[in-house]
Ligand binder design. Structure first.
Ligand SMILES: *Cc1c(COP(=O)(O)O)cnc(C)c1O
Length: 410
């Protein structure tokens, strides 16, 4: 008799995006002439940069020739891509990494999930609230948690509320934890952490022999030069932090698929018999056994992001989204809303006017403005009373959506 992994039954049904879809469909059926503008989902809309596309095409052509054909590559990624990222993206930050410390993948969602393979189940995990749901649900799936309570908090996970009072930056946990998820610039709040805030976490991790999972999927959207792009800009982080990055939002690779993990050699944990062991070694073993590498043309396209031309063009696309973010942020402010994020991140996190619940505000915006956003409560209980708007839309839609919201709320 084949038995299932019962942990999956503990998961709350994927409620947020299906429910949004259901409400939008019902509205569109009842109002077929309404032009609905979607600023909800965190997916990009601009095409790939021309230099990236050119490299992608050229790499596909390589596969059509006998001398340049590429079969299996190194499971952990090609050196030419890893070294380009280290040189162009980490060195300018004053961060030096070894080739062996970086692993190329098919995206950050998988990496955030797979990393749990190399950690014992009895580690205590701390997760922000609200949060990117992948961190929580993958811990449920792997069997680290008990059941969820009425709020949606799972037993055995330490939740760190992020709210207006703490500026959406979690306080250090009062209970000792072993693994801490941090995401800056944050999805969904759009908030960033400065060096002092990150130092607090690095010091905590080193003092408590904990590991930080640092999700930097949105680092290229940082505009303030004082904000760190990598956790390794913080002294001591190479001893305690694993960093995740992705080409998805950075370079429009949500459909192309490429990400990376940095596992510094100095990050260690203890074996069940008490000896220190390197997580880098375990991750290499896991990667070479369970993964056969991101595809060759994809890695060529990713490397082209770091060519001079590719980077200039990629920056222009990021600037386009950040101008959208400015339009949304300032428009909402003019409409009298309290807004967070949108300066160093493509998300605007707004406080629902008049103390409405997130879902009531969702319905109001859909019915009265025909604009779709994401209810903050869908990212965790502390998101209640907040609402996320994404800057990844087309400019003319963003402008129109903001005009409609301004008219409605004034
Ligand atoms: C979009 C996103 C990612 C990237 O996911 P990919 O699998 O690389 O597309 C990672 N973390 C967060 C918080 C995100 O919003």
């Amino acid at each position: 008799m084949a038995k299932i992994n019962d942990n999956y039954l503990k998961l709350k049904a994927g409620y947020l995006f299906p429910e949004i879809g259901r409400r939008v469909r019902a509205f569109a059926e009842a109002n077929p002439s309404a032009k609905v503008i979607r600023l909800g989902i965190g997916d990009v809309t601009r095409p790939l940069a021309p230099a990236v596309l050119k490299a992608f095409h050229a790499a596909v052509d390589d596969l059509a020739t006998t001398d340049k054909f590429a079969g299996y590559g190194p499971e952990q990624g090609y050196d030419w891509l890893i070294n380009a990222i280290i040189e162009k993206s980490y060195k300018p930050l004053g961060v030096s990494l070894k080739t062996e410390e970086m692993f190329i993948s098919d995206g950050s969602k998988c990496d955030c999930a797979n990393i749990l393979d190399i950690f014992a189940l009895d580690n205590v995990v701390a997760i922000g609230d609200p949060v990117y749901p992948v961190y929580n649900d993958t811990n449920v799936m792997i069997g680290r948690t008990g059941e969820a309570d009425d709020k949606g908090y799972y037993k055995n996970i330490v939740y760190m509320p992020c709210n207006e009072a703490n500026g959406f930056i979690p306080a250090l946990p009062t209970r000792k934890v072993d693994i801490i998820y941090l995401c800056f610039p944050n999805n969904p709040t759009g908030v960033v952490a400065g060096k002092a805030e990150l130092k607090k976490w690095v010091d905590y991790a080193n003092a408590n022999d904990a590991v930080i999972f640092f999700d930097a999927a949105y680092e290229t959207f940082i505009t303030d030069p004082a904000i760190p792009h990598s956790i390794y800009e913080i002294e001591g982080a190479k001893k305690c932090a694993i960093e995740f990055r992705s080409f998805s939002k950075t370079a429009g690779f949500t459909g192309v698929r490429c990400g990376l993990v940095v596992v510094p050699e100095e990050v260690t944990g203890t074996t069940s018999t008490g000896e220190r062991y390197s997580f880098n070694k375990l991750w290499l073993r896991r990667t070479t056994t369970k993964f056969n590498g991101a595809s060759y043309p994809v890695q060529r396209a990713a490397a082209a992001v770091y060519s001079d031309e590719g980077w200039t063009q990629t920056r222009e696309i990021i600037d386009y989204y950040m101008e959208n973010a400015r339009i949304i942020r300032e428009g909402l402010k003019e409409a009298g809303c309290t807004v967070y994020g949108g300066v160093n991140a493509p998300y605007i996190w707004l406080k629902t006017p008049g103390g409405m619940t997130s879902w009531d505000f969702f319905d109001k915006l859909l019915n009265e403005c025909n604009v779709v956003g994401t209810p903050g409560s869908g990212f965790g209980p502390s998101g209640e009373g907040f609402f996320r708007l994404s800057a990844f839309g087309h400019r003319e839609n963003v402008i129109e959506a903001v005009e409609r919201i301004k008219k409605n709320l004034k």
